[in-house]
Design a protein around this ligand. Sequence first.
Ligand SMILES: Cc1cc2nc3c(=O)[nH]c(=O)nc-3n(C[C@H](O)[C@H](O)[C@H](O)COP(=O)(O)OP(=O)(O)OC[C@H]3O[C@@H](n4cnc5c(N)ncnc54)[C@H](O)[C@@H]3O)c2cc1C
Length: 255
Amino acid sequence: MAATPDKFQEAKIVSRRDHTKELWTIRVALEEPLTFRPGQYATLGMNTGTKRLERAYSIVSSPLESEVEFFFELVQDGALTPKLYELGEGDTFLMRRQAKGLFTLDTKSGHPNHYLVCTVTGVAPYVSMARTLAWEAERGTLPGIRLVVLHAASRSWELAYHDELTHLAQTFPWIEYIPMVSRPWEHTGWRGEVGRVEDVLRKHLDARGFDPATTTAYVCGHPTMIENAKGILQRRGFNKEFVREEVYWVPKKHG
Ligand SMILES: Cc1cc2nc3c(=O)[nH]c(=O)nc-3n(C[C@H](O)[C@H](O)[C@H](O)COP(=O)(O)OP(=O)(O)OC[C@H]3O[C@@H](n4cnc5c(N)ncnc54)[C@H](O)[C@@H]3O)c2cc1C
């Protein structure tokens, strides 16, 4: 088998940033540019003996950047992430040449409001969207939209991209960033939201007057959060069509 069969190309790590012991970001250079829309994912792979492991990863970077960025969480007993974790600057892995996914900004409904809810690494597609919209805003080509990003984690240091999103929210009137943690007692001086995503989600939805007639909601990351958030949105009157979801994994069955 060739090292890089047609559907794959080699991705070379040009930089790595560790946020915590289990969360890290890499930027890669590619042999040929990856065509994608903000919110889509790439399929990354590594050969292990006779097997090729492949997993989906949302793209953090904007299509306007020359390097492609990913944000990973280490799954201790996982198949691929412990291998990706070993890689540093100059190392390579495989990437499918085609990006995929329908988890992109809703530009068809004409809704002005976009409510982006996520847990930890689920922020990746939203960073790609926000970076791209910021570029459009600087050029005066931004459509009249409002973005609210609700980013949840157990602990504040798991909120990677907090500074970048805070900066964007301070720079532009069309984006708001709401970080929240469920274990505030581990962080003295935490000033953001606390509690369960479900409660905070509803509070900010109502406070902004984001109603189902004018809003598309997006939920990304942890499967339980997604189920609960979808329930709240549906009870608030959101049609399934206007709740987009990207579920990162299937929970293990117990018993
Ligand atoms: C469209 C899409 C985009 C994704 N984007 C990202 C991304 O940007 N960053 C990212 O880190 N992951 C992302 N994922 C998840 C990723 O594809 C892998 O599932 C994850 O990295 C685990 O791979 P693994 O081979 O190490 O673990 P596996 O061997 O696949 O999983 C081992 C076990 O851990 C569970 N599990 C998997 N992921 C997690 C987790 N994060 N926390 C707790 N349990 C978990 C699985 O259910 C399984 O039971 C995305 C998934 C999808 C479908």
